[in-house]
Design a protein around this ligand. Structure first.
Ligand code: SAM
Length: 222
C-alpha cells in the first residue's frame, strides 16, 4: 500500500501534468518549481483532501489559497528569473511565494506582505517545512508596497486591486514587470505592466475575467 505522502506526491504530479496539458505551465522552470512545492503543505489540515483539486481553497480569516491554474498562469506571466528580487502583495499561506523562491533561487529573494498576522505566521511555518530561506515575510499593509526594499525586478499582486498607484510603479526597476488582478471588488482583469523605459509603460490584459479576494488597506478596497 502506498503511504499518504507518496499518494500526495503522485497527485501533485497529476496536477502538474494537467496544468501543462491545459497550457497553464509552459516553461521547465515553472514545472520544476511546482513539482518541488507541493500544495498540500500550504493548506489547513481540513482541506488536505482537496489540495490537488484545481480550485481556490479556504485558509481561514476569510482568505484563500489561489487556484493552481491561476498561480501557474501568473507565474508564467511574471517570468521570474534566477537571482531576481520580487515583491508579492498578499502572502496568504505562502504557496505562490514558495514557487517564486524556487525559481529565483538562493541568489534571489522574494519579499511578501500579508496583513493578517496569523496567516503570515502560517506561511512562515509552511515555508520552513520545505527549508525555503529566500522568502522574507512582512506583516503589514501591502497596498503601500515596500519602499525600503525597492526597486524590485518584478511585483505580483495576489489580491484584487482597484488600480496600480504611481508609487508602486516607482518601486519597479526599469524593464521590470507587474502582474496583478485589476478591477472591481467582484471581478478583475489580469494585467501585465512592463516598464520599457524610464517613464514608459507597456500594459497588456490577459483574456478573460478573474475573481480574487480584495486587497484591503490604504490603497485597496474599503
Ligand atoms: N498568494 C497566496 C497563495 O499563494 O495562494 C494567495 C493570497 S490570497 C488570494 C490574498 C491575500 O492577500 C490574503 O491572505 C489577504 O489577507 C491578503 N491581503 C489583502 N489585503 C492586503 C494588504 N493590504 N496587505 C497585505 N496583504 C493583504
Amino acid at each position: 500500500m502506498l503511504e499518504a505522502s507518496s499518494i500526495l506526491e503522485e497527485k501533485n504530479k497529476e496536477l502538474v501534468n494537467y496544468l501543462k496539458t491545459h497550457g497553464y505551465i509552459k516553461s521547465p522552470e515553472v514545472e520544476k518549481a511546482f513539482l518541488e512545492t507541493p500544495r498540500h503543505l500550504f493548506v489547513p489540515e481540513n482541506m488536505l483532501r482537496y489540495a490537488y483539486v484545481n480550485e481556490p481553497l479556504p485558509i481561514g480569516y476569510g482568505q484563500t489559497i489561489s487556484q493552481p491554474s491561476v498561480v501557474a498562469l501568473m507565474t508564467e506571466l511574471l517570468s521570474p528569473k534566477k537571482g531576481e528580487k520580487i515583491l508579492e502583495i498578499g502572502t496568504g499561506s505562502g504557496w505562490q511565494a514558495a514557487i517564486l523562491a524556487r525559481i529565483v533561487g538562493d541568489e534571489g529573494i522574494v519579499y511578501t506582505i500579508e496583513r493578517v498576522r496569523e496567516l503570515a505566521k502560517f506561511a512562515k511555518k509552511n515555508l520552513e517545512k520545505l527549508g525555503i530561506k529566500s522568502v522574507r515575510i512582512i506583516c503589514g499593509d501591502g497596498s503601500e508596497g515596500l519602499k525600503e526594499y525597492a526597486p524590485f525586478d518584478k511585483i505580483i499582486y495576489t489580491a484584487a486591486v482597484p488600480k496600480i498607484p504611481q508609487f508602486i510603479l516607482d518601486q519597479l526597476k526599469k524593464y521590470g514587470k507587474i502582474v496583478a488582478p485589476v478591477g472591481k471588488e467582484d471581478v478583475q482583469k489580469m494585467v501585465v505592466i512592463e516598464k520599457i523605459g524610464k517613464n514608459k509603460l507597456k500594459t497588456t490584459e490577459y483574456p478573460g475575467f478573474f475573481v480574487f479576494v480584495p486587497l484591503k488597506g490604504k490603497y485597496g478596497f474599503k
